[in-house]
Write a protein that binds this ligand. Structure first.
Ligand SMILES: [Zn+2]
Length: 510
C-alpha cells in the first residue's frame, strides 16, 4: 500500500495542513463515502498468473461494494510477485487440488485394475516379463498430477478479499484518494488478515501501518485472526511435490524397462533428481530461517525512523510534498498516544505475535502432507498393477490393499518425518558460513538417511510373515502403526520450524 498522491478533497481541503486532516480521517476508520468500501474475489486477484500482484492497475472493475471483507491481504510491494502468487495458490487451492487429484487418481487406479485402461508403458503382460517388485502403472500418478496442477492454477476461490490495486481505483484520482482515506475502514471491515511475509515486510512503513491498524480495529476482547504465509516457502512446497512425483512415479516406471542387471541406472537417476529438488529446498529453508531471525532482530529495535516508504525514497515528487511518514506518525499518535509508545509496542507485542506465528504456521502437518501427495498416487498405481496382474493362489484384493496401506504409511508417516528432519536441521544450521554447500547437504543427507532406515525397516517387516498367507498386509499395517504416530508426535511437540514460543502478552493489546 502506498498512500502517496492523495489529493486534497472534502475535509482535507479545509485543514491547515493536509496531512493533519488525512490522518484524522484515516484514524476514524470510517469510509469517506457510501460506495468506497469494496472487495474483490480471491480468484480475480489471482487471475492472469497474478497480474494484480505484479502491480496491474486496471482491475478495479473486478471489485464490488461490500460491508465486510473476509480477508485483508497485507504484503510488501518489494517482495517477488511470482512467489506471492504460488504461495496464494497453495493457500487457497492446495488442499482442494490434493483432494480432487487423489479422487481422480483412485478412479484411474480402479479403472486400470479392471482392465478398462490399457498398459501405458512397459510390457503388455507384466506377470511374465517383469519381476513382481517392479509392477507399476502410470495412470494414477498421471491423472493425479494433471488434476493437481489444473485445480491449483485454475480453481476459482470465491472468498472476498481486499487487495489495494483492485479495491482502490488506481486510474481515477478522486476514487484513489477516497480509497486511501478509507484504509482504516477497510482494515476495520476485514474479518482476518493474510500476511504474505517476506524479508522486506517489517521494513516497510505501510505494511507495519496495516498490521497496527488491523490490530487496533478489533473489538474489545476479540482475538485478531492473522494468517501468516512466508512467500519464500510457497515455491519450496511446489518443488517438493514435483520432486516426489519425479522420484516415485516417473523413475519407478523407467524401472520396468530395465533388466535386473541394469537397475543401477535407476539409482544413477534417483540421485540427481533428489539432490536437485531437496538441495534447492534445504538452501532456501536456511535462507528463510536466517531472514526470520534477522527480521525479528530488527523488530526488537524497530523504529519508525528506520522503515522505508515510497514517497520519501522518491523525494516526494509524485506526492507533491505530502509525506506518508508524516500521516502515519499522526495516525500513531492518535491511536497509541505517542510514536514512542507505538514503537515500544512493535518491539514487544508485535514481535511476540510474529515470533509465535512464524514458529506455528508455515510448516503445519497438513501443508507438508499436501506437498507430499504424489506418494499415495504412486502406491495407488502399484495397487492397481498388483490387482490386475496377480494370478494363482494369491488374492489380488489383498495384494492391492497391502500397497494402499504401504502408501499411507509412507505418505502420512515416513515422508513427513523425513521432511521435518530436513527443516529442523536447516533451522539449526541456518548460520551463514564459508562452507555453505556442506551445510546445505547435511539436512538433505539426514533426511535421505532416515528414508533409507525406513526402507530397511520395511524390508525387515516383509521378511517376517506375522500371519501366514496375509500378503504382508499386517506387516505394512505395522509400518503405518510406527510411522503415523511418530509423525503426529513430532509435528505436535517438536515442529518443523523454529521452536514454538507462546506470546508473552495477549493478542488484543494494540
Ligand atoms: Zn515521505
Amino acid at each position: 500500500m502506498q498512500a502517496t498522491q492523495i489529493p486534497a478533497t472534502g475535509d482535507v481541503r479545509r485543514a491547515a495542513h493536509p496531512s493533519d486532516n488525512i490522518a484524522e480521517v484515516v484514524t476514524r476508520m470510517k469510509p469517506v463515502s457510501a460506495t468506497v468500501l469494496r472487495a474483490t474475489r480471491a480468484c480475480d486477484a489471482l487471475d492472469n498468473f497474478g497480474c494484480a500482484l505484479r502491480g496491474c492497475t486496471t482491475m478495479h472493475h473486478l471489485s464490488y461494494q461490500a460491508e465486510t471483507i473476509s480477508m485483508f491481504w497485507s504484503h510488501s510491494w518489494h517482495g517477488e510477485a511470482w512467489r506471492k502468487w504460488i504461495t496464494l495458490l497453495l493457500f487457497y487451492n492446495g488442499q482442494t487440488a490434493a483432494a480432487i487429484a487423489c479422487f481422480g487418481s483412485a478412479v484411474a487406479s480402479l479403472l486400470f485394475a479392471l482392465e478398462v485402461l490399457p498398459v501405458l508403458i512397459g510390457p503388455d503382460n507384466y506377470s511374465e516379463n517383469v519381476p513382481k517388485s517392479m509392477w507399476q502403472s502410470f495412470w494414477a500418478a498421471l491423472v493425479g498430477m494433471i488434476l493437481y496442477l489444473s485445480v491449483l492454477v485454475f480453481w476459482r476461490p470465491s472468498g472476498s478479499i481486499f487487495l489495494d490495486v483492485i479495491c482502490i481505483d488506481q486510474t481515477n484520482k478522486s476514487g484513489k484518494s477516497d480509497g486511501l482515506l478509507s484504509i482504516g475502514a477497510f482494515l476495520k471491515s476485514s474479518q482476518s488478515m493474510l500476511v504474505l511475509w517476506d524479508a522486506t515486510y517489517s521494513d516497510r512503513l505501510w505494511t507495519m501501518f496495516e498490521i497496527a491498524g488491523f490490530l487496533k480495529s478489533r473489538r474489545e476482547g476479540e482475538r485478531p485472526r492473522i494468517v501468516l504465509r512466508p512467500t519464500m516457502l510457497g515455491p519450496c512446497y511446489l518443488l517438493q511435490t514435483l520432486t516426489v512425483f519425479l522420484v516415485y512415479s516417473v523413475l519407478d516406471n523407467i524401472s520396468v524397462h530395465l533388466s535386473a542387471d541394469q537397475q543401477w541406472v535407476l539409482w544413477v537417476l534417483y540421485v540427481p533428481v533428489c539432490f536437485c529438488g531437496l538441495y534447492i529446498n534445504t538452501a532456501t529453508f536456511r535462507i528463510y530461517f536466517r531472514s526470520v531471525n534477522d527480521s525479528m532482530d530488527r523488530l526488537a529495535r524497530w523504529s519508525l525512523a528506520d522503515v522505508n516508504c515510497f514517497c520519501c525514497d522518491d523525494g516526494h515528487k509524485q506526492s507533491r510534498g505530502l509525506c506518508d511518514r508524516e500521516i502515519v506518525l499522526k495516525c500513531m499518535r492518535t491511536w497509541f498516544g505517542s510514536v514512542e509508545e507505538f514503537e515500544k509496542r512493535v518491539r514487544t507485542e508485535l514481535l511476540d505475535i510474529f515470533v509465535h506465528e512464524q514458529s506455528r504456521q508455515p510448516f503445519t502437518y497438513r501443508q507438508v502432507v499436501t506437498a507430499l501427495v504424489p506418494v499415495i498416487w504412486s502406491y495407488l498405481d502399484r495397487a492397481s498393477a498388483w490387482s490386475r496382474f496377480t494370478t494363482g493362489s494369491d488374492d489380488p484384493r489383498i495384494q492391492a490393499s497391502r500397497e494402499i496401506i504401504r502408501g499411507l504409511a509412507w505418505w502420512l508417516g515416513v515422508a513427513p518425518v523425513a521432511f521435518l528432519i530436513q527443516c529442523r536441521l536447516a533451522c539449526l544450521l541456518q548460520r551463514k558460513t564459508n562452507c555453505e554447500p556442506l551445510l546445505n547437504l547435511l539436512p538433505l543427507l539426514a533426511s535421505v538417511f532416515f528414508i533409507l532406515a525406513a526402507l530397511l525397516l520395511e524390508q525387515l517387516l516383509f521378511q517376517h510373515r506375522f500371519i501366514r498367507g496375509d500378503g504382508h498386509v499386517v506387516n505394512m499395517a505395522l509400518l503405518a502403526a510406527a510411522g503415523l504416530p511418530l509423525a503426529w508426535l513430532l509435528y505436535r511437540y517438536v515442529g518443523a520450524g523454529p521452536m514454538v514460543r507462546a506470546p508473552t502478552r495477549s493478542w488484543n493489546v494494540l
